[in-house]
Write a protein that binds this ligand. Structure first.
Ligand code: AMP
Length: 180
């Protein structure tokens, strides 16, 4: 019988050379469109924290919003969007992080997470970990605890998870694509 990992892997679509040559784009829209796979992925992501007190789930734009909303519902937690700069309407806290070429910034509403809160961070995929590392720092700067960071997909060769673990954040991933 196929393992959960094999089942989830089979519903993730790979698009070669997207958005540029040499990148294997891991497309989760096929997983999200499969009712059983979507439910199993969300159940599995939250399993270690089922029944524990989580105040907020923070999702990274944009696929982290879809998974994060479902994860927040499952944990009876609030949802907080972490967005590219300039998209949130109220007062924000912001952090810069490096991309392959240059810098980018993400932000969240200043009043979205409070100092004593327990937070789970969600995105679809961790590659270099640069985006998630910036999000962890943003949440930790407010004084909140990042209880875990969860992702459907890990690209382990790009070294993302150890960056978050170095900040004291446990990482949970469901499917690993080595060699990317
Ligand atoms: P990183 O900051 O390098 O960990 O990149 C993570 C972000 O980029 C996530 O929001 C992913 O959705 C996206 N991403 C990076 N590489 C890929 C890939 N090969 N396939 C799909 N999405 C990717």
């Amino acid at each position: 019988m196929a393992s959960l990992t094999e089942k989830l892997e089979s519903v993730i679509r790979t698009i070669p050379d997207y958005p540029k040559p040499g990148i294997e784009f891991r497309d989760i829209t096929t997983l999200l469109g499969n009712a059983r796979a979507f439910r199993r992925a969300v159940d599995e992501l939250v399993q270690p924290w089922a029944g524990s007190k989580i105040d907020k789930v923070a999702g990274i734009e944009a696929r982290g919003f879809i998974l994060g909303g479902a994860v927040a519902h499952q944990l009876s937690a609030g949802f907080v969007p972490i967005r590219k700069k300039g998209k949130l309407p109220h007062e924000t806290v912001r952090i810069a992080y490096s991309l392959e070429y240059g810098l980018d910034e993400i932000e969240m509403h200043r009043d979205a997470i409070h100092a004593d809160e327990r937070v789970i961070l969600v995105d679809d995929l961790i590659a270099t970990g640069g985006t998630a590392e910036a999000a962890v720092k943003l949440i930790q700067q407010i004084g909140a605890e990042v209880v875990a960071a969860v992702f459907v997909i890990d690209l382990p060769d790009l070294g993302g998870a150890p960056k978050l673990e170095a900040l004291g954040v446990p990482v949970r991933t469901l499917v690993s694509f080595a060699g990317d």
